[in-house]
Ligand binder design. Structure first.
Ligand code: ADP
Ligand code: ASP
Ligand code: MG
Length: 423
């Protein structure tokens, strides 16, 4: 792929940014301002549904049936974005800016058929580029795609970020702007920790880890697209500061564009997993492998694994799995408990996974020691641990989640701050 870029920018606005009519009018002003400042640059807009709308649709389906059919679920879920794109397009048109709303089928966003969690396979950018060439602003529905059968699909919760970055890659946009309800990517969730700091730059690898470990400000797969297709990507506020991008916000860059490599760039947390413990089983590798092949046959993703020796040469084996598959995982283990010679199986949902992420971990030692010291000061016990080259995750009781985030955030103070101001 040539690295030459077209004079096009993609602007994505999340649910809060289009959550009310007054905000949709504000988004139209941001688009107008950009066009006036950069008359030779085309704008493609990608929108989410209004904040809370997709949740309402999920609840509606669950109030109607126990197990919504995935294909029909996607038809339902995709409807939220149809409303916002139409409203913004009509607002732009009334304000004298040519615009056209486009559903996934019209924007030619092809995906796999994995309903509710489809993957973008390709985007035929010709239609989008042709509209831009005519001076029209395409306003594209985020989060949705179309599969080989022509059925509507959705990309997973928070998936509008993926639509935006994938379109930016397909049209070879100069920049993809992710406008949201906070001024950028912070050293931790600014809603949980008041001393969170705005980061000026975060590298792809860090952002991938932070997103998958709980920083929902960007969807993990959007970061993957940005990295793979070298899409210049910035996260910024819809509501604060001038809309002149490049001044504000957080740039997601390649590692070699980072001036400094702090040991820890971000602290994240997730509370949407459960821990399942198979107690007192014999430490036999064949039996162990049986446990894991059963889960894999059911398509269950395992996150953390640990094994702890207990009395009489037996072990307790623990795994964490996503909440939504935890019941199936529990039943799966219960069904083979005798076969693997275990005493029993138990489940613990009151857990939180807290992680520290930083590219600097590649070059520094001592992170684990500082993590344990900081948690020990608050008497927070750790039940499981997971590490990679640039992250360390610990499992703690859920009631200590916020405290753990705060102490770890305060422990690693050398964040790459933009302004140095505390929020
Ligand atoms: P949008 O609707 O614009 O897509 P999201 O709700 O998906 O917005 O993501 C923005 C939210 O992500 C913020 O309101 C913030 O609470 C949360 N968040 C979690 N971790 C971080 C972080 N490290 N930096 C910034 N925001 C974060
Ligand atoms: N509306 C979808 C959701 O709430 C997609 C998105 O907002 O990115 O998950
Ligand atoms: Mg989002």
């Amino acid at each position: 792929m040539s690295s030459e870029r077209n004079p096009i920018v993609v602007m994505k606005f999340g649910g809060t940014s289009v959550g009310e009519v007054s905000r949709i009018k504000h988004v139209a002003e941001i688009v107008r301002e950009h066009r006036e400042k950069h008359p030779n640059v085309g704008v493609i807009v990608v929108l989410s549904a209004m904040a809370g709308e997709t949740n309402k649709l999920v609840a509606l389906a669950k109030s109607c049936v126990d197990r919504p059919n995935p294909r029909e679920m996607d038809v339902l879920l995709a409807s939220g974005e149809q409303i916002t794109i139409a409203l913004l397009a009509m607002r732009l048109i009334e304000g004298g800016i040519p615009a056209k709303s486009l559903l996934a089928q019209q924007a030619q966003i092809s995906t796999t058929s994995d309903h509710t969690n489809a993957l973008i396979e390709s985007i035929d950018a010709r239609q989008l580029v042709s509209l831009v060439d005519q001076g029209i602003v395409p306003v594209v529905a985020g989060f949705q795609g179309i599969d080989e059968q022509g059925d509507i699909t959705t990309l997973g919760r928070g998936g509008s970020d993926i639509t935006a970055v994938a379109i930016a890659a397909a049209v070879k946009a100069q920049t993809c702007f992710i406008y949201t309800d906070v001024p950028g990517v912070f050293s931790t969730d600014p809603r949980t920790c008041k001393s969170a700091r705005l980061l000026e730059r975060v590298c792809h690898e860090e952002m991938l880890e932070m997103a998958s470990l709980g920083a929902k400000v960007l969807h993990t797969r959007s970061v993957y697209f940005a990295m793979r297709y070298q899409v210049p990507l910035v996260v910024l506020s819809t509501f604060e500061g001038p809309c002149n991008p490049g001044v504000n916000g957080t740039w997601i860059v390649s590692e070699d564009e980072l001036m400094e490599k702090p040991v820890v760039t971000g602290v994240t947390y997730r509370t949407d997993e459960a821990r399942i413990v198979v107690e007192g089983m014999s430490a036999d590798i064949g039996k162990m492998s049986r446990l894991f092949s059963e889960l894999s046959d059911k398509g269950i993703f395992i996150d953390m694994i640990s094994q702890e020796s207990v009395e009489s040469g037996a072990v307790n084996v623990s795994v964490t799995v996503p909440d939504e598959s935890s019941l199936v995982a529990l039943e799966t283990f219960q069904a083979i408990v005798e076969e693997v010679g275990a005493l029993g199986v138990k489940i613990d949902r009151d857990i939180a996974k807290v992680s520290v992420v930083g590219i600097g971990m590649k070059y520094h030692t001592g992170v684990a020691a500082r993590v344990f010291e900081a948690l020990a000061r608050e008497r927070i016990g750790v039940t499981m641990i997971n590490t990679s080259e640039i992250k360390m995750s610990v499992l703690v009781p859920r009631k200590y989640c916020e405290v753990a985030v705060r102490v770890l955030h305060d422990e690693f103070t050398e964040f790459n701050v933009t302004t140095g101001e505390e929020r």
